[in-house]
Design a protein around this ligand. Structure first.
Ligand code: AMP
Length: 249
């Protein structure tokens, strides 16, 4: 089985995000960038499948600026066999990424495609679903358990108020939730070995995909600051305030 994993380069989750003074977006200048955490989980799952003998090859793909190569090298150090960068400086929205991934799926014909459930920069939660639709493949989103057997994937999904189990015929698209696994770190020897693994660079033009943005960002603003709290002298005052001043949400 060939597994394709989509990895996005995003602002590291520890960074305190700054909005640009002209409200045109988020300031990416001199900011630490990392692999989207849900994509680390997707990659970990694919690498475990390879270690278990369920998968033969793990291919990672990223779409974006040339620096995404760093993210792909990390993925290769974690255990992917091969990487593909679809390089562009154009701002990519989920539909454009889904179209690019669809073109890669057509070329590579993977049996399984794993994405994160969402990217922590745009929080869109759209790309996996759009890809499944464009490629006309079954999909299971928010996976917390995946079992592959006999050309089928049995996926436990996290849904409001419980779990749902779906059986999908492969090829299929799966997106990962937080509880699927605990991703590993790349070891130093593997980081060195990853430098020699193949990384192909393509452009959206090579794949004949139109990536022009369909949405226009009007303004990006900081959330309103929270008002300072009040220290109450005793429990009776607290209860009185809760009864009379608490807002009904
Ligand atoms: P989103 O729909 O933007 O929340 O992203 C969901 C998932 O799609 C991510 O976790 C990635 O697996 C994949 N994805 C989104 N954008 C990219 C990108 N530029 N390159 C590679 N994968 C991406």
């Amino acid at each position: 089985m060939k597994v394709l994993v989509a990895v996005k380069r995003v602002i590291d989750y520890n960074v305190r995000v700054r909005v640009k003074p002209d409200a045109s977006g988020v300031d990416l200048n001199a900011v630490k960038m990392s692999m989207n955490p849900f994509d680390e989980i997707a990659l970990e799952e694919a690498v475990r499948m390879k270690e278990a003998g369920t998968a033969k090859e793990v291919v990672v793909v990223s779409c974006g600026v040339s620096q995404c190569q760093e993210t792909l090298r990390t993925a290769l150090a974690i255990g992917a066999d091969r990487a593909i960068l679809i390089e562009t400086d154009v701002e990519l929205q989920p539909l454009a990424v889904a179209k690019l991934l669809k073109a890669v799926v057509d070329r590579e014909a993977p049996e399984l495609i794993i994405l994160g459930k969402q990217a922590i920069d745009d929080d869109c939660n759209q790309t996996g679903q759009m890809l499944a639709s464009l490629a006309d493949l079954p999909q299971a989103t928010f996976a917390s358990k995946i079992e592959i057997d006999n050309g089928e994937a049995c996926v436990t999904r996290e849904i409001d108020g419980g779990m749902e189990t779906l059986k999908l015929v492969l090829p299929a698209v799966i997106t990962t939730d937080l509880r699927l696994n605990q991703p590993r770190y790349a070891s130093l020897p593997n980081i060195m070995k990853a430098k020699k693994k193949p990384l192909d660079v393509l452009t959206p033009g090579d794949l004949d995909v139109d990536i022009s943005p369909r949405l226009k960002t009007l303004a990006v603003t900081e959330p309103a600051g929270r008002k300072a709290g009040v220290i109450v002298p005793d429990v009776a005052t607290l209860i009185e305030k809760l009864k009379n001043e608490a807002r009904v949400i």
